[in-house]
Write a protein that binds this ligand. Structure first.
Ligand code: NAD
Length: 478
């Protein structure tokens, strides 16, 4: 694939080309992408600004119909999109197709949101008056996205922004931009007017400030340090900011848990999608009564995973997405061993039929919450088990972490589940289910420093993508 920038309805060549390689097969180039310049970024912002009044005023059925067409195209091309995603990011083909289908569902949901999103009407304290609260587009939205969900995250930002009448400049990750290029083609084919959606490729650092200065709002998903930087960059212009950032998500297993359910949820939450999910479990906190039985079963499960080429139908865990990420994972593994954690599964690079970034799914035992392994986001197929006395200690350990995105508990006690639902400091929590795997119609996001500035997905996304207007009407009828 040769990916180009899409600005004001035109595909534009230019700039240095960045190549992506297949993490399952380092000998395969997947795509070459033209890096956007600062001038391209300025042009994209200006195009989005020019297109804004007409799009904001566009008939809501028309806006919805266009979004529905994009959803239809994503469904129809789920195999292509999923295959490209698997080749460029390293998710298994099944996971890649699943993500493409999720992106389709997101577009269909927001197609309906154009007609569903309500305003409010109040009686006034003043006789002969009433109050209307309406929601207006926030304006030009810059969307900056990471590599780990290269179609779902662009979809949930772009669909929401367009549904509420905003125009968009999307800057996907330089590590996996191919799916965003396909999305731009689908938006063009759906008839989205020139300038309403624009795509810029390449590294965010060179054009980030231009986007933040020119946009009315920036929605960002990525690492917490980058999010902090974006917030600082947005301060002088007071550009509205939404940040979806890193996690270090705890999964608690209590003595009364159903062992099958607990093992399945812990394993899926930890190693699914190669552990490269912000909502993945990285700290498994287990009470002492079930500890040994749970560990035995979990080690069995993790050791049996088939790691390999993402397109191989037998593969259950694909490669780590890129060299930098693999080096980072191995660094965490080496330091955890040096800190005294006991390696019970994985911990090493695996050979496969092709040259790729294959890392055996890794589990450490006898870890403490003080270890780096349990304090910093790894973002790979690596987790540690922490043994605790009881629910009280489990809650204290779970909360003893700066990051607060997702969390989970395995228990058959309604009382313990409800206690943890109240005690968790994370933005999302699950009972007897993996910490990852949130659906498109409900709010998604974490508390600072895992998130900032309003939730994404579902009706909650209107908080960020709209501005409120309160209108007093003196109609004179008493
Ligand atoms: P990253 O922060 O390195 O990059 C994310 C995006 O920001 C990329 O498009 C990059 O080009 C751009 N960028 C980098 N510096 C910039 C700057 N100065 N100005 C503007 N843009 C800039 O993150 P990543 O490695 O792509 O993704 C992994 C991280 O994303 C993990 O920490 C993960 O937890 C997080 N994540 C969070 C969520 C969530 O919803 N909370 C979802 C997925 C991933």
């Amino acid at each position: 694939m040769h990916g180009r920038n899409y600005i004001d309805g035109q595909w534009r060549n230019g700039g240095a080309r960045l190549a992506t390689t297949n993490p399952s097969d380092l000998d395969e180039i997947v795509g070459e992408y033209d890096q956007a310049s600062v001038a391209d970024a300025e042009d994209a912002i200006h195009a989005a600004r020019r297109a804004l009044p007409a799009w904001a005023a566009a008939n809501i059925q028309l806006r919805g119909d266009m979004l529905r067409k994009v959803g239809d195209a994503l469904y129809a091309r789920a195999q292509d999109v999923g295959t490209l995603l698997a080749r460029e990011e390293g998710k298994t083909l099944k996971e890649g197709i699943g993500e493409a289908v999720r992106a389709a569902q997101v577009f269909h949901y927001f197609a309906g949101e154009t007609v569903r999103h309500p305003g409010q009407w109040y009686n006034s304290l003043r006789d002969g008056h009433n109050v209307i609260v309406s929601y207006e587009p926030v304006g030009v939205v810059a969307a900056i996205t990471p590599w780990n969900f290269p179609i779902a995250i662009p979809a949930w930002k772009v669909a929401a922004a367009l549904a509420y009448g905003n125009t968009v400049v999307l800057k996907p990750s330089e590590y996996a931009p191919g799916c965003a290029v396909l999305l731009a083609e689908m938006l063009e084919q759906a008839g989205v007017p020139n300038g309403v959606f624009n795509l810029l490729l390449g590294d965010g650092r060179s054009i980030g400030q231009t986007l933040i200065d020119g946009a009315d709002a920036v929605t960002f998903t990525g690492a917490t340090p980058t999010g902090r930087r974006i917030l600082q960059m947005a301060a002088p212009t007071m550009t509205k900011v939404q940040l979806e950032l890193g996690g270090k998500n705890p999964f608690i297993v209590l003595d009364d848990a159903d062992l099958d359910v607990a093992v399945e949820a812990a394993a899926q939450g930890t190693w699914g999608q190669t552990g490269q999910r912000c909502t993945g479990s990285e700290r498994i906190i287990v009470t002492k009564g079930i500890h040994d039985a749970f560990v035995e079963r979990l080690v069995q499960t993790v050791s049996n995973y088939r790691v390999g080429h993402a397109l191989d139908p037998q593969t259950e865990i694909g490669p780590v997405a890129n060299q930098a990420q693999l080096d980072k994972n191995l660094g965490f593994i080496n330091r955890a061993r040096a800190d005294g954690a006991e390696l019970v599964a994985g911990g090493h690079v695996k050979e496969a039929r092709t040259r790729g970034h294959f890392l055996a799914p890794t589990l450490f035992l006898n870890t403490t919450n003080a270890m780096e392994l349990n304090r910093e986001e790894i973002f790979g197929p690596v987790a540690g088990i922490i043994k605790v006395e009881d629910l009280d200690e489990a809650i204290a350990v779970a909360r003893d972490c700066e990051l607060a995105l997702s969390s989970g508990i395995a228990t058959t006690s309604l009382k313990s589940a409800e206690r943890y639902r109240r005690a968790s400091n994370a933005g999302m929590m699950t009972v007897n289910a993996p910490t990852a795997g949130v659906e498109y119609h409900v709010p998604f996001g974490g508390r600072a420093p895992s998130g900032f500035g309003g939730r994404e997905q579902g009706a909650a996304s209107a908080e960020f993508f709209t501005e409120i207007k309160t209108a007093y009407i003196n109609h004179g009828v008493v």
